[in-house]
Design a protein around this ligand. Structure first.
Ligand SMILES: Cc1ncc(COP(=O)(O)O)c(C=O)c1O
Length: 411
């Protein structure tokens, strides 16, 4: 994406240049601005917090951190009753989740999905399902981990015609991996409920049930990386709850900070409370600004009607994107999504992934239509993502559609 535009102000889903030119951000930053730019309620509490006290050691924030954690747990799937508020980014939250799994079951191998993204520290890079980010560090990366196929039905890695007729070959692959290729010491499986960077890949019905069953059978801890899907993105507070994934551990970041304040959390079943503070803490983990932003974000997102609006408006967004697919079927091969988390699979005349065209669409959106879109880097790199802030109104959704329509008519 071109980064030549300079923004100095933001409000809701809109950004402004110093010359007051208005742009629409259809992807809420990097999908982290759950409440959009500068949500006034968050700005207010943060202003007060900055004036009162910006930082104090986490030795003195225990009670506040617990209160904030409780406000997240109040909305978590029923079996998830405890957690950890000592991270500020998703990468280390995922590392913490793996540490917990390792310590819990005394094993150490991690399995993840192809095209997954779990962060960019060395460890998170090593367990993410893509090689291009690992390439330059292959000497350093030593984590024992295995990658199994993603549930990418639109381009099934087995060329199957869809679930359940396929027999869920991609979940069977986990069995095979553990039995024939692993170290014999597999500790956990980490999955994104919807593979975000992989191209908004939504698993077919029955997938999560199988994943849970396999983890039980093989004594593997199931970690749901909800860094993208958590805190309302799907129209539900947690994708784990909506899809009934029943993970043992959930990680959160991005949307948790509401307006871009870094915040992260690890949530788990009570019996997974195995970490000592000295095993997973960071200087800025659970800092006062993160906790303040998280607390207010939880309050806003859990307000009556808020998530219902995301579900209702998200449906409209899906219908409008599908209208685009009908009108521009030679360019849009598939429309996938739920809530405010959508992806358009861009194809060439033969239906093959068209990465150049995807990039052109993203560039044109910015230059000609004053709208920010993002593309998937993984998989084939041909999915254009549409993920506005959860506060986007129906008018905002309509505006995004109109700009997309103009853009596609230009191609
Ligand atoms: C699904 C997922 N997990 C983890 C991460 C890493 O989060 P962070 O960039 O905050 O370290 C990301 C970031 O894009 C993500 O999309």
């Amino acid at each position: 994406m071109s980064s030549s535009v300079h923004f100095t102000k933001g409000k809701g889903i809109r950004l402004y240049t110093p010359q007051n030119e208005e742009y629409i951000d259809a992807v809420s930053g990097t999908f982290n601005l759950a409440l959009g730019y500068s949500h006034p309620e968050l700005v207010d509490v943060l202003k007060t917090q900055v004036e009162d006290l910006i930082h104090v050691s986490s030795s003195f924030t225990g009670e506040l951190a617990q209160n904030v954690l409780d406000s997240i747990l109040d909305h978590a799937p029923e079996h998830i009753t405890d957690g950890w508020m000592r991270d500020i980014i998703g990468s280390t939250a995922n590392e913490g989740a793996v540490k917990i799994a390792n310590k819990y079951n005394g094993k150490n191998e991690v399995i993840s999905l192809s095209m997954s993204h779990h962060g960019q520290t060395l460890f998170a890079t090593s367990i993410s399902g893509n090689a291009f980010r690992r390439k330059s560090f292959s000497n350093t990366i030593s984590t024992q981990s295995g990658i199994v196929p993603a549930p990418y039905c639109y381009r099934c890695p087995y060329s199957a015609k869809g679930a359940p007729e396929c027999g869920f070959l991609c979940t069977e692959a986990i069995h095979d991996y553990v039995q024939y290729s692993s170290s014999g010491n597999v500790s956990c499986l980490i999955i994104e409920p919807i593979l975000g960077n992989g191209g908004n890949i939504i698993p077919p019905e029955g997938y999560f049930e199988r994943i849970r069953k396999i983890c039980d059978e093989l004594d593997i801890v199931l970690i749901a990386d909800e860094v993208q899907t958590g805190i309302g993105r799907t129209g539900h507070m947690f994708a784990s709850e909506h899809y009934d994934i029943q993970p043992d551990i959930i990680t959160l970041a991005k949307g948790l900070g509401g307006i871009g304040i870094p915040a992260a959390a690890i949530l788990y079943r009570a019996e997974y409370a195995v970490l000592e503070k000295f095993e997973h803490s960071y200087t800025s983990g659970g800092n006062l600004l993160s906790l303040t932003a998280t607390q207010k974000t939880m309050e806003v997102v859990s307000r009556e009607g808020f998530l219902e609006d995301v579900r209702t408006n998200g449906k409209v967004l899906g219908e409008l994107l599908n209208t685009l697919k009908e009108d521009y079927g030679h360019i849009i091969g598939d429309v996938r999504g739920i809530g405010y988390m959508w992806g358009l699979e861009i194809v060439d005349k033969d239906g093959a992934p068209d990465v150049d065209l995807s990039n052109k669409i993203i560039d044109l959106a910015l230059t000609d239509h004053k709208m920010i879109l993002r593309g998937s880097r993984y998989g084939f790199g041909n999915v254009v993502k549409v993920r506005p802030a959860l506060t986007a109104t129906l008018d905002d959704i309509e505006e995004i559609y109109l700009r997309l329509d103009k853009l596609f008519s230009q191609l």
